[in-house]
Ligand binder design. Sequence first.
Ligand SMILES: [Zn+2]
Length: 355
Amino acid sequence: MELEEIVIYLFILITGACIGSFLNVVALRAISKESIILPPSKCPNCSAQIKWYDNIPVLSYLFIFRGKCRNCGCHVSLQYPIVEALTALLFLGIFLMFGASIKTLVLLILLCLAVVLIITDLKKEYLYDSHLWSFIIISILYSVFFRYGVNNIFSVLTGALAGALLMEIIARGAYFLVRKENNGNEEDTTDVNNIEIDEENLDINAYVKKYKRVFGEGDSYLAAGVGALLGWKYLILAVAGAVIVQALCILPQFFKSLYDKKEFKLLASISAFIGIAIIYWLCSNIFSLNIFVVFALVILLIFFAIDSIIRLKKSVNESGFKAIPFGPALLIASFIILFYGNYITQFLKKYIFFI
Ligand SMILES: [Zn+2]
């Protein structure tokens, strides 16, 4: 590496870290409903104003105030340095992929919006309209100018619509599955019109009952943005990827708890999924499978995957485990697919679907 390159990379890392620091503020002040510009940074516990030398991204946390407020000694959340460091690294990564260009700039803006959405979803399980609409609009602009071309604006909008529709179907469809599971023959007599929803302290059970859906509209808007960004084919891949990201977060905690609890239905469902997957894999390697058999096996796989995931989520909720919400998982999967979608589809075609 030449000196010039090192200076450029350092500059990008520092810029990324500073913007990451700003994104923390944007997300947290959206939650606290304060202005982004005023008041200046203060300790969330004692409200002491933060000095400039304590406000240097990552470095201050690690070396200067070491995670504790100077004034009251309270613990300062690790969220700050983690978001700053990740934003810096992702900035550098995107720059290395696409160089100094308008495309890079637009991707960095999308990344910033994704970071803010992820923080508010993780902290509050809430996505704010202003962030969602910005994400949708920038996604459409990115797709129109850098992916599909101005002539194909219709397919970009179709992708957005597909995203919103898909999530609406899942949210409402899953409600009927879950309701059957929970109530059995009992009729729920609560009058849904009397349920009050407090947006500040969301009671998820009341929400599910009142709106007859298992997650909020925020995820539908988010999926509209992802659909515009990726197109409807990759959108489906991204939703599947999000479920995998969530499962990866849950699985280690979950298998640990299998030692304590005896979850036979869940075990049966997961075993069925793995069993069919192995049969499918072996058969497709040995015989050339009829397209209808492939279709039937894939439907069975999807059925047991969804069944396992619903049971898994219930079991995890009852155990007090925390899965990351769907929104952040979808955003993480979407960015991976935005950059590596071609490789992933090639891999799937070659090794999973044998096309
Ligand atoms: Zn303090």
